[in-house]
Design a protein around this ligand. Structure first.
Ligand code: GDP
Ligand code: IMO
Ligand code: MG
Length: 425
């Protein structure tokens, strides 16, 4: 498949990093198309863990080209730290990492605003990663953002940075009582980053379209997940970009006609970090049991992830939105020791069964899930390599999920390692 888009079909952290690393094996170019360093994509190779925030998860395959496309918001310090960390671990990225000159750049006033806005909201906060993602995308939409191409042009950069700092300092000062930022300091800091980043900067839009013309195999790496999408997620408890498949077109500069396949990643249960509705969230000792077994702590912020039963209503909606024909189900091993498993098959609101997803976060938070119970398998599956060797109850669980969400389960992951994967079912 020359052009495959990978998306998360829940609230992020579905295990996209692992699946992208796996599919990158048969790809030439891996492209990140939205989000920023709010993402944390984990790849485990020979027990060694890599967490990627901005650089595509294909980078660990020698020789693969990796692109950070125009839809991504780039914190240059985070990018350089990531490059250095890979370099220290012997991963050579020379001439295989490219960053779009159209990427918007995250500045210190973005993350400061993110933090102060959240503090001001108090109990009503979103629970963002505080990486400045929302304020940076807000500047993009307001047409006052600074792109990598601006950073590369000193005259333009000075003017735009000055304008932004003047305006942001007013807001920081008057609304939040924060002193503000010095132009000279931010300018000096970013000039330092520019000198290191310019070698990666390029017109990735032409690069990607030309690669498609040459029938090269491209993998488009989504960050976050369908229900964190700014349009289709549980708004306002979402991120500020389009994490659904359509985001790949805008985020890379390609036509929808270019995409051959959209592949979804789901966990065998559900997790969410940050605030917002979560109908199937555990309310008892299952929370700590699943969190500990699944090591459910954020790869970016270290926050404990909220955990709950698999929500087939939600994923079926994600299947529709992204037109998923196939999904990878990850972390099936985490359910190894649970005697009974529940799957949410419907929603009830004020005593009535709902036919569609709730239209507001308020309504969502009052949903009562309707469950179906299946027996667990109560044995260790992490070394199983073939579908036929899975316990009958695990197969039953997977086939029920597939039936309910209306998509084929074509990959099952039973551990974080590359080799702990069951393919081609
Ligand atoms: P992403 O953001 O979608 O790439 O997911 P994260 O990397 O944030 O979180 C997924 C976590 O689960 C990581 O720590 C992975 O190493 C781990 N993981 C992925 N697949 C499996 C699996 O099948 N079983 C277990 N136990 N862990 C997994
Ligand atoms: P990956 O790519 C899980 C969540 C935050 C918060 C909301 C808004 O690793 O799956 P933001 O900082 O984006 O403004 O925060 O979105 N969030 C994620 N949750 N996985 C992610 O990325 C996330 N990126 C953002 O926790 O609820
Ligand atoms: Mg993650």
């Amino acid at each position: 498949m020359p052009a495959t888009v990978i998306v998360g079909a829940q609230w992020g952290d579905e295990g996209k990093g692992k699946i992208i690393d796996l599919l990158a094996r048969d790809s030439d170019i891996i492209v990140r198309f939205q989000g920023g360093n709010n993402a944390g994509h984990t790849v485990v190779i020979d027990r060694s863990e890599f967490i990627l925030h901005l650089i595509p998860s294909g980078i660990l395959h020698k020789g693969k080209i990796c692109i950070i496309a125009n839809g991504v918001v780039v914190n240059p310090k985070a990018l350089l730290d990531e490059i250095d960390a890979l370099d220290k671990r012997g991963i050579d990225i020379d001439r295989r990492l490219f960053v779009s000159t159209s990427c918007h750049i995250i500045f210190p006033y973005h993350w400061k605003l993110d933090q102060l806005k959240e503090e001001k909201k108090g109990r009503g906060k979103i629970g963002t990663t505080k990486k400045g993602i929302g304020p940076c995308y807000a500047d993009k939409a307001a047409r006052s953002g600074i792109r990598l191409s601006d950073l590369l042009n000193d005259d333009i950069f000075k003017i735009k940075l000055k304008d932004n700092i003047d305006e942001k300092n007013e807001i920081l000062n008057k609304v939040y009582g924060f002193g503000g930022f010095s132009f000279d300091e931010v300018y000096a800091e970013y000039i330092g980053y520019r000198d290191r980043i310019k070698r990666y900067a390029t017109d990735t839009i032409s690069m990607i379209n030309e690669a498609l013309n040459e029938n090269r195999r491209l993998l488009f790496e989504g960050a976050q997940g369908t229900f964190l999408d700014v349009d289709f997620g549980t708004y306002p408890y979402v991120t500020s970009s389009n994490a659904t498949a359509g985001g790949a077109c805008i985020g890379c500069g390609i036509s929808p006609s270019r995409i051959d396949r959209v592949f979804g990643v789901v966990k065998a249960y559900t997790t969410r970090v940050g605030e917002g509705p979560f109908p199937t969230e555990f309310s008892d000792e299952l929370m700590s049991k699943v969190r500990n077994k699944g090591k459910e702590f954020g790869a970016t912020t270290g926050r404990p992830r909220r955990c709950g039963w698999f929500d087939a209503v939600l994923v079926r909606y994600a299947v529709m939105l992204n037109d998923l024909k196939e999904v990878a189900v990850t972390k099936l091993d985490v359910l190894d020791n649970l005697k009974n498993l529940k799957i949410c098959t419907g929603y009830e609101y004020k005593g009535k069964k709902l036919d569609a997803l709730p239209s507001s976060a308020e309504m969502f938070s009052e949903i009562k899930p309707i469950y179906e119970q299946l027996p667990g398998w109560m044995c260790n599956i992490e070394d199983i390599k073939n579908y036929k060797d899975l316990p009958e109850n695990a197969k039953r669980y997977l086939s029920r999920i597939s039936e309910l969400i209306n998509a084929k389960v074509s990959i099952v992951s039973v551990g974080s390692g590359r080799e702990q994967t069951i393919e081609s079912m």
